[in-house]
Design a protein. Structure first.
Length: 367
């Protein structure tokens, strides 16, 4: 059987056993959460050995093709040497070749000190040499035709570029990324703007956009698991009502706010950006202008801090924080079946009831 080398340990895997399961069996601790490939917390880097296709299929775009894998999805077929993912893996040091200032943006030509995998139009964080401050910028070069990087800096950040000396030939800086989706930095809540709703095409067009977007979501391996217990029609209706109230100010939404509705979901920055990319693609397919797309995305991005997190939050009910990610015991008044294995459960049996999912578990499935 394949042997795994990690953090000074060498262990033998078992047949059909994932890397994560092998590590847990051997007492080796790594970060993980969902075990289904969605949260990306068990991401590792492979130094040697073959990576099975399944192990990298659900990676964010920014990490595909770079020897990363998800430990919960990887069933080894060869010996593997693995290391933990490092933030330094996404940082590239660069040197300024030239800088051109125009009326509405600056363009920096730079030489990366290592090969950078990216697509034209993706965004990166430009960071000063001390790694203390950064700004969001866009890669406008074509990686298939150019070895140097062309980095577009927004007008509002041009003064910062000068202060950091990034307009001077030979000066160095860092890039972090690329990130997989367009981003807008949100500092304050976005104001109600009924005119935007009409500019987007009104009720009919917005509902059509959401329908096409959620078709992508429900077909997406990374996002679909979050919607297993919700029909696509229901989620479209809820999001339509939420966005209409958010943008127009009309009282159309009566559900939970984003923090509570996402409290149990472990969602990484990469996964959030992946979701935003799908929405961005859908908006482009409807031939909306860049300005309209940016305005629309601002309404969604203002809730990022209520959604992205490394572990589940407690649900907020009034002034109380309630743990819904647990089971409570109850005695059955009548016979039923287990929601997990469908085994029959007799009347009077004490079973476990999941607070959020509303699922009953028999004795065997409660373990």
């Amino acid at each position: 059987m394949p042997h795994l080398e990690f953090a000074g340990y060498t262990i033998e895997s078992k047949a059909d056993e994932t890397v994560l399961a092998c590590f847990q069996r051997s007492g080796i601790e790594i970060d993980f959460s969902c075990k289904s490939g969605v949260c990306h917390r068990c991401m590792l880097k492979c130094i040697s050995g073959d990576i099975p296709e399944q192990a990298s299929r659900m990676l964010p775009i920014t990490h595909q093709g770079q020897n990363y894998l998800l430990a919960c999805q990887c069933v080894p077929t060869t010996d593997m040497k693995l290391v933990a993912k490092s933030d330094e893996d996404s940082i590239t040091q660069c040197m300024v070749l030239s800088s051109i200032s125009q009326a509405d943006h600056s363009l920096i030509q730079a030489e990366p000190y290592r090969e950078l995998t990216y697509q034209k139009g993706q965004h990166v964080y430009v960071t000063d040499i001390s790694k203390q401050h950064s700004i969001l910028a866009k890669l406008v070069s074509d990686p298939e035709q150019e070895t140097s990087l062309s980095i577009e800096i927004a007008k509002k950040d041009m003064e910062w570029v000068k202060e950091q000396g990034l307009d001077q030939l030979g000066n160095e800086f860092y890039l972090k990324g690329p990130i997989s989706a367009p981003q807008v930095i949100i500092e304050n809540d976005v104001a109600i703007n009924p005119a935007l709703w009409e500019a987007l095409g009104g009720d009919h067009t917005v509902r059509k956009i959401l329908t096409e977007f959620y078709k992508k979501v429900y077909a997406d391996q990374q996002l679909a698991p979050f919607f297993e217990r919700v029909t696509i029609d229901r989620i479209i209706g809820k999001q339509f009502a939420f966005l209409k109230q958010l943008i127009t100010g009309e009282s159309t939404f009566f559900g939970e706010q984003p923090r509570n509705s996402h409290h149990w979901m472990v969602i990484s920055d990469e996964l959030f950006e992946h979701r935003m990319l799908l929405m961005h693609q859908t908006l482009l397919e409807h031939k909306l202008s860049a300005d309209l797309i940016e305005q629309f995305e601002r309404y969604e991005l203002q809730f990022k801090n209520d959604i992205v997190k490394s572990q589940a939050w407690l649900k907020q009910v009034g002034d109380l924080l309630v743990d819904t990610e647990k089971y409570e015991e109850c005695q059955l008044d009548e016979a039923t079946v287990c929601d997990y294995c469908e085994a029959e459960i007799e009347q009077g049996t004490v079973v476990r009831f999941h607070m959020r999912l509303g699922k009953l578990a028999c004795k065997a499935c409660s373990k």
